[in-house]
Design a protein around this ligand. Structure first.
Ligand SMILES: [Fe+2]
Ligand SMILES: [Fe+2]
Length: 168
């Protein structure tokens, strides 16, 4: 039996994952406007992943007999100074998400809610992936600096990214 407090926090995380998708769509739009379609594709796929995270939580709350409520989102940042700036903001956001997942897990542990602890384990592992993806692209962008040929090569690489729902 999940407490009301834990249910509320899970609900907040559903909304936060949708908000993450919202942020990444704003980044995708910025990249498209810079004619960097590969970068734009990367963020469109990233937004799909966030929606997948949200729906995974959504289904869990329903399965546990809770009530999902969808709230409004803040307006995401739409303008950036460079691709490096975009990815730095992305990494910052992912770190915030990681902290939120940790807080949720702490709460589930306090309440000895083992099913939820086990469920959240997937998100803990996923956040390691998320931060590592952003970190590695940041490293590449730092090396690229203002070499536009290298930037277009990375753009071509990011154009290859596709969304495949992770194994359950
Ligand atoms: Fe997420
Ligand atoms: Fe994420």
């Amino acid at each position: 039996m999940i407490s009301e407090k834990l249910m509320k926090s899970l609900n907040e995380q559903i909304n936060y994952e949708f908000y993450s998708a919202h942020i990444y769509l704003a980044m995708a739009a910025f990249c498209a406007n810079e004619d960097l379609d590969g970068f734009s594709n990367f963020f469109k796929v990233q937004a799909e992943e966030e929606k997948f995270h949200a729906m995974k939580l959504f289904d869990y709350v329903v399965e546990m007999g809770g009530r999902v409520t969808i709230s409004a989102f803040d307006e995401p940042q739409n303008d950036y100074t460079s691709m490096l700036d975009v990815f730095m903001k992305g990494l910052e956001h992912e770190k915030l998400v990681t902290q939120r997942i940790y807080n949720l897990t702490d709460l589930a542990m306090e309440e000895r809610e083992h099913a939820t602890i086990s469920f959240l384990k997937w998100f803990i592992d996923e956040q390691v992936e998320e931060e590592s993806t952003f970190n590695s692209i940041i490293k590449k962008l730092e090396r690229i600096s203002d070499n536009s040929n290298a930037l277009y090569m990375l753009d071509a690489e990011l154009a290859q990214r596709t969304f495949t729902p992770p194994a359950q």
